[in-house]
Design a protein around this ligand. Structure first.
Ligand SMILES: Nc1nc2c(ncn2[C@@H]2O[C@H](COP(=O)(O)OP(=O)(O)O)[C@@H](O)[C@H]2O)c(=O)[nH]1
Ligand SMILES: [Mg+2]
Length: 334
């Protein structure tokens, strides 16, 4: 089994040595461990540090393209170089590299295809109460959208099997963490999590300047992914809501007429009419997005086949035919 540990970096010269210095040298069940640094257009000495410390796998962007793109390019590189498992960790030394062995274990055993390091955010001291609450709420929303039960949806410390990487396609620019969970849940990819303790904070987050920005961007990513996978749920609820709002004034008008009221109730009827138009629009959008969903599924199947041709076959955990794994239990579809 070939493991690639990828570290996306944007100006991480100060903390990258700590990350590289704490990488595991050997992991039971893993034949080769390769470190991959993805430099997203850093202007400091990140790349020199990586080379000095003996990193030979480097993906370099000439300009900053963002974390999601860096993740995708890293995965492409790792798969092209024979990765069976890819672990993602951050360049700010937030995550405990010693835990990588635990992170890949469920994959080696054929029990899961994605393993997430649960930071146990409720006990992180430097998180404010509000941030903790938002972390919990964010994870709850993601779990609802994905049909999963994961305690820490925003954690970037994860292991992915080759199979999971074949099936995931990242399309949003931000918050690929949330997006991957929603995709995994809807595609019935086995996801699990293990508890980890994060290292002391080295610096402020560069991805988000404050909690509200984090919430806004994550919310956007969740909504977009959800509409992608469950368009009918969204548009059926919207059309039901508009439908009720639209019919109410007409029913009221009919009842009042029967009771002998001669008024024309123009305002409420105009409002009702507008709501009925909105209902029809929501139904039409539902039909269109459902057709697009069918298209997406076909495209994704094609992409999977292309990846299989490019990088060789990959099997899901539930098949339990991993070389080092014991037979996995087939999960019941939720
Ligand atoms: N490629 C890329 N990586 C970034 C960018 N911003 C932050 N990172 C990396 O993403 C990881 C997480 O960033 P960090 O600032 O610690 O955000 P946090 O997850 O909110 O703590 C680190 O490895 C950073 O080097 C970016 O714009 N592009
Ligand atoms: Mg960080």
């Amino acid at each position: 089994m070939n493991l690639f540990i990828q570290v996306p970096c944007l100006n991480e010269e100060e903390t990258l040595p700590l990350v590289l210095g704490s990488m595991p040298k050997r992991i039971p069940g893993i034949g080769r461990i390769s470190i991959l640094v993805i430099d997203d257009g850093s202007t400091d000495g990140t790349i020199d540090i990586a080379r000095d410390r003996g990193v030979t796998h480097i993906v370099r962007h000439t300009s900053t393209m963002g974390l999601a793109r860096s993740f995708r390019d890293g995965v492409e590189y790792a798969l092209a170089h024979g990765a069976d498992i890819v672990v993602n960790t951050d360049g700010d030394n937030q995550y405990p590299q010693e835990k990588i062995a635990d992170l890949v274990r469920p994959i080696l055993r054929g029990e899961a295809d994605i393993v997430i390091g649960d930071r146990q955010t409720q006990s992180i001291r430097h998180f404010s109460r509000f941030k903790r609450l938002m972390q919990r709420f964010g994870s709850w929303v993601v779990n609802r959208a994905a049909g999963t039960r994961l305690p820490d949806a925003a954690s970037g410390f994860r292991a992915y099997s080759k199979y999971a990487l074949y099936r995931l396609n990242i399309v949003t620019r931000f918050s690929y963490c949330m997006e991957t969970i929603i995709q995994a849940g809807n595609k019935r990819i086995a996801v699990t999590s293990i508890p980890i303790k994060t290292n002391p904070k080295t610096r402020e987050s560069r991805l988000f300047s404050n909690v509200f920005e984090h919430m806004f961007k994550s919310g956007q990513a969740i909504l977009r992914s959800y509409i992608m996978y469950r368009p009918w749920t969204v548009f059926a609820w919207l059309s039901a809501l508009f439908g009720i709002l639209g019919l109410t004034p007409f029913v009221r008008f009919a009842v009042l007429r029967l009771m002998g009221d001669e008024g024309n109730h123009l305002q409420s009827l105009v409002f009702g009419g507008a709501m009925i138009v909105a209902t029809l629009l929501a139904i039409a959008l539902g039909v269109l997005s459902d057709l697009m969903r069918t298209n997406r599924i076909l495209h994704e199947e094609q992409l999977e086949r292309v990846k299989t041709l490019q990088y060789g076959p990959a099997l899901p955990a539930a098949d339990g035919i991993r070389p080092t794994g014991r037979p996995g239990k087939r999960k019941k579809a939720p």
